[in-house]
Each structure stands twice: as structure tokens, then as C-alpha cells.
Design a protein around this ligand. Structure first.
Ligand SMILES: C[S@@+](CC[C@H](N)C(=O)[O-])C[C@H]1O[C@@H](n2cnc3c(N)ncnc32)[C@H](O)[C@@H]1O
Length: 330
């Protein structure tokens, strides 16, 4: 059945299950599945979105209890409708995912059997023009995933120093022209503040040499960088992955789908530390507290199959990493 979602472009009328095709769904089920077979097993979907993954897991594992987190109230509203039929098996919590342990505590849940992170923005967020995530449509410079938080892209463009702007474009956007863009933004805001995404696109386009214009949209990386800064995505993820591992029972499994290299590198680092023995070199026996806490379930990072990439463009950049908890903390 078709539904109309508040705030979407008026011409956007889609079936709820078409809004966001879950990425690498079969593979996430295959990897998390062995931990979820026991009745009453709890899966945390830390990035519930429109519950594409969550719904598939609840269907597939009839004894499963799901805890779905999202910082976006609109996503939770849609997910809530989609998961209504599962009744008490689905608990939805409005929170930022680094608060995962507090969310579980509020539900009286200790350890969990599985955790899924499907990072980044959802198709719903990209489609909601007024959120300002897209450089291709004019909108206020907002970019907040949680409409209740304070920092917006407009505030960053008005208040950050040239050096701070340069740093975020460079670090979070991998933008070679970061110094030039930061300088032009500071020049322009002294006479005309930035309010709309088109104001920013105009300045970036004018500052981009013709040769660089040919390599995709010039504003793409700047928009990505602003979104990461507005939502503090890396700082939050850096706290969230260790918190997630702490919440896993022994034998519990975690899967992370990352769509850009900074996030993937962060996940890789935490998993690498967790899967390495901390025994000092030269000790004749490895003490239990030095044994690795994690075992990696895939070698390196897995990509979506060619078929999936051809049918779901969102899956093209994805990197999947997965691990199992081997022992409790020392
Ligand atoms: C890619 S979508 C998830 C899509 C979902 N797997 C599905 O199949 O429908 C990512 C979701 O994570 C949420 N999100 C991103 N960062 C978050 C954070 N730090 N805390 C909680 N939710 C977050 C976004 O609001 C978005 O709804």
C-alpha cells in the first residue's frame, strides 16, 4: 500500500517498503543469525531508520526481541508503524547510539546477542528536501539528523573560523580544495550570510577550477563534511562501537555497515584492537585477561555483490565488518 510521509516532496508517493532497500541484508542475517537463534535473544539495531533490516530480522527469527535506536524522530515514527505488528517484540528508543547502554538499561536489558550499525543518512533524510542534506536541491542549511539538536550547517558556516572550516572540509570531506573553499566562504559571509544550500553551492562552484568541475559535483564533499560535523558523526561512533562491544554477551555478534572511509577506518581500528592479544611480548603463557575479546568474522571489509551494486546504488560504497565476542571483559 502507498503511504504519504509528512515533509517529503509532494510528488514523492512510495510504498513503505520501497523507501530504503536494506543494504547487504542477506549477509547481515547470515552473520548475526547464529547468535540470534535462542528464543528471547535481543538484537539492537542501532540505526533503525525505516526498519528495513529490523523487520527482516523479526520475521526471520520468531523468538527475537528487537531494540531499535534512532536519533531521528521521523524515522522512528515510520519504523514504529512498520513494526507495530510485532507488538512487544520491538522496542524503539529515540537516542543517539553512543547512549546504547543507557537505552538498554532503561528497558531492563543487560547483555544482548547481536548489534547492527547501518551508518549514515537514510533515503528518507535525503528525500526530505527541507533537511538540507542534498546539494542538488535548494533548502535551508540545516543537516541535523535530530531536529532537536542545536548545531546546524548554517551555524557552522556563520561561526567557524577559516581554519576550522578548512579542517572539517579536509578531514571529513577529503577535499583538496579545502583551503580555497574555506577562504571564499569567510569572504562571502562578511557581506552576505549563508542561509540556503544554494548560497553555498554557488560559492563552491565559483571557487572550483574547470578541471575539477568534471570530477563530480564540486559541493558533494563539502556537504558530506558539514553533515559529519553537524551530527558529530565520528566522535559519536568512536564512543558507540566500544559501548556496543561491552553490551554483547559472550558469543554475541556485531555487524557494521560503513559508507565512508573515516567511519570504516574507525571500526577497523576498534575491531583490530579487540581481536588482538594484549599479552606483553615474552610472557610464556597468555593469561585469560590478555586473550582477545573479539574474533573477526570476515577478512578485512566485505563489499556488496556486483548484482546488489547494480540494483541498489546505496550499496556501492558500503564496507561491512563483523566480529564475535569471545570472552567477557577482564
Ligand atoms: C542508513 S539509515 C538505516 C536504514 C535501516 N537499516 C533500514 O534498513 O531502514 C541510518 C539511520 O541511522 C540514524 N542515525 C545516524 N546516526 C545516528 C546516531 N549517531 N544515533 C542514532 N541514530 C543514528 C539515521 O537517523 C538514520 O535513520
Amino acid at each position: 500500500m502507498g503511504i504519504r510521509i509528512k515533509g517529503l516532496r509532494p510528488d514523492t508517493h512510495m510504498a513503505e517498503d520501497q523507501i530504503h532497500i536494506p543494504v547487504m541484508l542477506d549477509r547481515t542475517i547470515e552473520l548475526l543469525g547464529p547468535a540470534l537463534e535462542k528464543p528471547g535473544a535481543v538484537l539492537v539495531d542501532a540505526t533503525l531508520g525505516m526498519a528495513g533490516h529490523a523487520e527482516a530480522f523479526l520475521e526471520r527469527f520468531p523468538g527475537l526481541v528487537l531494540v531499535g535506536l534512532d536519533r531521528d524522530q521521523d524515522a522512528l515514527e515510520i519504523a514504529g508503524r512498520r513494526l507495530e505488528r510485532f507488538g512487544e517484540r520491538a522496542h524503539l528508543v529515540h537516542t543517539v547510539y553512543d547512549e546504547l547502554e543507557a537505552a538498554l538499561e532503561s528497558l531492563g536489558i543487560g547483555e544482548v546477542a547481536g548489534i547492527l550499525f547501518d551508518l549514515g543518512v537514510s533515503s528518507l533524510q535525503l528525500d526530505r528536501v527541507e533537511r538540507g542534506f542534498s546539494y542538488s536541491q535548494d533548502a535551508p542549511l540545516d543537516m541535523r539528523m535530530d531536529a532537536g539538536s542545536e548545531l546546524t550547517a548554517e551555524k557552522i558556516l556563520a561561526e567557524y573560523s577559516e581554519a576550522e572550516l578548512r579542517r572539517i572540509f579536509w578531514e571529513y570531506g577529503d577535499e583538496r580544495l579545502a583551503p580555497r573553499f574555506a577562504r571564499k566562504i569567510v569572504e562571502r559571509r562578511s557581506s552576505r550570510p549563508f542561509h540556503r544550500s544554494s548560497d553555498l553551492v554557488e560559492v563552491i562552484a565559483a571557487a572550483t577550477p574547470a578541471a575539477a568541475q568534471r570530477k563530480g559535483h564540486p559541493a558533494k564533499r563539502v556537504f558530506q563534511a558539514l553533515r559529519i560535523e553537524v551530527n558529530q558523526e565520528l566522535a559519536v561512533l568512536e564512543r558507540a562501537i566500544p559501548a556496543a562491544i561491552r553490551s554483547l554477551s559472550v558469543g554475541g555478534r556485531i555487524v557494521v555497515l560503513a559508507y565512508q572511509s573515516l567511519e570504516d577506518r574507525l571500526v577497523k581500528r576498534v575491531f583490530a584492537v579487540g581481536s588482538t592479544s594484549s599479552a606483553p611480548a615474552g610472557l610464556p603463557v597468555e593469561l585469560p585477561e590478555h586473550r582477545p575479546e573479539l574474533s573477526l568474522l570476515v577478512r578485512g571489509a566485505e563489499r556488496a555483490s556486483a548484482t546488489e551494486q547494480a540494483t541498489n546504488p546505496r550499496s556501492v560504497p558500503v564496507r561491512l565488518r563483523a566480529a564475535e565476542r569471545l570472552r567477557s571483559a577482564a
